[in-house]
Design a protein around this ligand. Sequence first.
Ligand code: HEM
Length: 337
Amino acid sequence: MFEHFFMHMLPKKVSENGVRFKPTLYLGAMLVMLFMFLSVSGLLLLFYYTPERSQAFASILFLEEKVFLGSFFRSFHRMSSHIFLIVLSAHMLRVIFSGAYKVRTYSWRLGLFIFTLIIFEAYAGYLLPMDQLSWWAAKTGLELMKSLPIGGILESILAPDGIGSRLTLTRYFALHIVVIPMFLIVLVSVHMFAVRRQGLSIEGMKVSSDKLKSRLIILFVVMFMSVIILSIFIGAPLTLEADPTTPPNPAKSAWFLLWLQEIVSWRTWYINFVMLVYITMFFLPELSRRKSGFGWFSFDDRPVWISVLLMVIIILVLTIIAMFFRGADWSFGLYFS
Ligand code: HEM
């Protein structure tokens, strides 16, 4: 029965370009696999986690110290989420650099919604351990959100009684384990359906999907083993229980928001430029003058891919600055901690 189920996940015939590595880099497939890793490991953590202000930290400590393989599953979940965010960014970049965004406008825009939800999902999960690190990272993330034009409304919905308090912890928990995953499952299924229905943006001869199936199995094993090995060697940190009266100096946000924190540290309203770029991304297919179909770094699409490449470099540099060069009171220096 299982074999039957997996056999029917792919059509009998697929485009030869879906089988080749270069057009997709198999990034979409990796995302599906990581999504599965996250769901299964998240479910296991759910057996022990208590979303209660006074017990959340203790339940994680119990998981880490007393539960067989507890710390491994926590680390596996965290590692999968880090890799997921990196592969997700790579998938979006491949869609831009290969020109697929211009041909598959529907998938592109739906993908942007999926991306936004995933950032919220990762952020909401950050608070749950309720240790100093997660508490202050969630607090800093909320400060960043507040600097948005609709920040006040978002804060009153997400954190009506302040980070880590009863209602807020319940809401972050509900968002992280039910609300956002539910939307994600629906939207990702629609995305996959659209990809299967329309085919890849690059045309190609139809070939049997057998080769794709065996490649996907190999990729699954490689991904699974890599995440296991990384999780064993890089554990998930757990500092002291959150103390809202003793902020670390500096309090840094989650790693994927650090570049935003760096920008906001210059001038709060600069975040509006970031929002403007984000909204522009929805209209990228219309703004682009690209004429060619699928093709990596097309000559006629230079304005788009050069701008995006620059953006990526800026985000990476800002992340490195915020991560390693910001110390007490956000002063500039070299800080490896
Ligand atoms: C959980 C998140 C996601 C999953 C599981 C996923 C999965 C996939 C898969 C399996 C494919 C076909 C193979 C491939 O291109 O690698 C694909 C294609 C595509 N994806 Fe995603 N994707 C996700 C997020 C996104 C995001 C965030 C965007 C854009 C903002 C996006 C835009 C696209 C587009 C435009 C295509 C069509 C590419 C083409 O026809 O060449 N996807 N996706």
